[in-house]
Structure formats: C-alpha cells, structure tokens
Design a protein around this ligand. Structure first.
Ligand code: ADP
Ligand code: MG
Length: 351
C-alpha cells in the first residue's frame, strides 16, 4: 500500500484550459479520500494524472515515496475504476476480472484462481460465465471492482463509480465499497460530485473548484466549518443560508434583523464591517412567536422532507430557510421566526 502525494500539480490541456492549478495534496497510506466538486472542476483530470493517463504540465506525483511523474501508467501500480466501468462486452466475468493479470502475463491457471477468489469475496461467484450485457448495473459495478482488486495495486482511484446506479443500489454500494476498502486497507481516492456520498464514505475529503482545492478536512470539519462561501454553498443536503450583513457594535445586522455574533466569530470582527452570515437550515430553531436574535418574516414555501419540513421565510425581501420538525411546521402565509444557533452560525468575509 502507498501514500499519494501531489506537489504543485498543474495540468494545462492543449487549447489552454488549466484544469489543475499548482495543486498540493497528501493522502496517507490506507486512507479513504474523497474528492468532491462541481462538474468541470478538474476531478477526472486529477485522477488521470495520478494514474499517468494524462501527463502533468508542471509539478510532481509521488506514490509510495517514489516520484512517478514521468512514469508510464503500467509502472505506477495504481488501479482506476471508471464511471462507465469499461468492461469488455465480449468477455465473461472471469476474463473481465482476470484481464489486468493477463496483461501482466500471469499464467492462465493462476489468473482464474485469483479471479474466482476475488469474485467470491464480492458475491459474484455464481455469475462467472456471464457477459456484462447479462448483468445488472450493480453486478457490473462489482465486476469492475473485482477487476481492480485482482490487480493488487498500491492505490485505487475511483471516478464517480456509483453514478450509474439507481438510488437504492447506490446506497448499498456505498456501504459495501466502504467496508471493502477498510478490509483491504488500500489507499483510495474516490471522486464524486455528490456531497452526501463524500460525507458518508470519506476518512477525509477535499472540495475542489476550478482546478484548486478549496478545503481539506474530515467530513465533520467540512460540514460544520466550511472554510469559505463556495464550500458552504456546496456542502449540505439543503444549502446553507448565506446572507449579506454588517457588524453593528456587539451584534450583526442581517436581512434587516439584529442577530447575535456567532461563537466562532467572537472578538474577530470590527464595527461596520461587511460580512456574509452563514447558518444551515438545520441549525435554526423555529418559532411562531417573535424571539430575540430571530430572523422574522412571512412563510412563503413549506417543503416536505419526510421527517421534517424545509420552511422558506421572506425576511425583508431576503429568503431564509429553516428545517422544522414534523408536526410543528407552519402554513404558507404565517408569520414565522427562525433563530440561528450561535454555536453553529458562521461569519465569512469572502462573499
Ligand atoms: P470534472 O471531472 O471535475 O468534471 P474534468 O477533469 O473532466 O472535470 O475537466 C476539467 C476541465 O478540463 C474542464 O474545463 C474540461 O472541459 C477540461 N478538459 C477535460 N478534458 C479535456 C481534454 N482532453 N482536452 C481539453 N480540455 C479538457
Ligand atoms: Mg469527471
């Protein structure tokens, strides 16, 4: 197994698109690392450059302490799973799984044994004679995984491997993949555009934007303390409220209301300074009655989230959202008041 380290990694495509911009990243040996970001931010380019399928324009790739920047993909000892699985349609499951071993000139008997061993582990043993076209999406995904496992690579690179599965299978595959990675202990970089997937699976994660890493941390750190408004707006099943405001002495003025300075910003603000006030809808308490430090207004939308409701208030022409437990949700047209939690609200200066 091996740590992956990227130093000042830059990739400029012919035509001038800078997909990676002097990016630094260190993934320790055995870690499950998720790379999250919107479409086009450079996630696939990053993986392909680690794998050696793209050459770096600048900087270096170090795998297991070895500088492999100029090394061909075959010499890097990493295995990549693509979004579309890239299975061979004319080969059965055994041959698909054993393919990388054939390339490495492993003898046929040993190849078949290894394929059978890995397939048993993934619950594929009864499907060995089928071709990809005769498998479900979830089974195809497992074959792609089995192929990667059979290679016994030093690191796994996954490019949105679950995005072709339907919602329920996706949840199953998530748990399964995470468990497998724990057992194998192989350093894994897992690319996704789905923040829930990254939060659920990763030991640590990075959020990317336009060829840069905007934040690295544990899922809890990134969720609770997004480092800037980009990450704050990207993470969370309901988007964080990001409201323009300004410092008024010991309090903040936000959407025409007076709210308390969050714990995390105590002593850090100067009077009259312009800020962006951030608070997740989950970190509001809602009341029908006026309350101190509340954002009060008219209820304009009530969305059912299942066990709770997402309530949108019009607060002096600013939209403010709060998650309200089942049973205490208001009706559209009501007057309502959302009180941010001081221990969870945040102040940004990059808005
Ligand atoms: P992501 O995987 O996050 O969606 P990509 O790494 O695929 O992002 O792309 C990053 C940027 O590089 C995008 O602007 C994309 O259009 C560009 N890009 C990707 N591949 C190529 C290529 N082969 N040639 C030129 N530009 C590319
Ligand atoms: Mg991609």
């Amino acid at each position: 197994m091996a740590a992956i380290e990227l130093r000042g990694l830059t990739k400029v495509y012919p035509g001038g698109v800078k997909a990676l911009d002097a990016l630094d990243l260190a993934v320790p040996d055995g870690e499950f690392f998720a790379l999250l970001g919107p479409s086009g931010c450079g996630k696939t380019t990053l993986l392909r450059t680690i794998a050696g399928l793209e050459s770096a324009t600048g900087g270096s790739v170090i795998i297991g302490g070895r500088n492999v920047t100029g090394t061909q993909p075959g010499g890097r000892d990493v295995a990549m799973v693509f979004q579309d699985y890239a299975l061979f349609p004319h080969m059965d499951v055994t041959d698909n799984i054993a393919y990388p071993l054939r390339i490495k000139k492993v003898p046929k008997g040993a190849r078949r044994d290894k394929a059978a061993e890995v397939a048993a582990r993934l619950g594929l043993d009864h499907l060995m004679d089928r071709r990809p076209g005769q498998l479900s999406g979830g089974q195809q995904q497992r074959v792609a995984l089995a192929r990667v496992m059979a290679t016994q690579a030093q690191a796994f690179l996954f490019d949105e491997p679950l995005s072709n599965l339907d919602a329920r299978l996706r949840l199953e595959a998530r748990t399964f993949l995470k468990k497998l990675q724990r057992e194998l202990g192989v350093t894994t970089v897992f690319v996704t555009h789905d923040q829930a997937e990254a939060l659920a699976m990763a030991d640590r994660m990075a959020v990317m934007e336009a060829g840069h890493i905007r934040q690295i941390g544990t899922p809890a750190e990134v969720f609770q303390r997004p480092a800037n408004t980009f990450v704050a707006g990207f993470i969370g099943s309901t988007p964080m409220n990001l409201l323009d405001g300004s410092v008024r002495g010991d309090t903040l003025e936000v959407a025409g209301c007076e709210v308390a300075v969050p714990d995390s910003a105590q002593g850090l603000l100067s009077d009259t300074e312009k800020i962006v006030y951030g608070v997740r809808p989950e970190y509001m308490t809602y009341s029908a009655e006026p309350a101190q430090g509340a954002l009060g207004g008219k209820v304009v939308i009530v969305e059912n989230l299942g066990a709770s409701h997402l309530v949108t208030l019009d607060v002096n022409d600013v939209s403010v959202q709060a998650v309200v437990p089942e049973g205490s949700e208001p009706a559209v047209g009501d007057e309502g008041h959302a009180v941010p939690r001081r221990d969870r609200a945040l102040v940004y200066r990059d808005g």
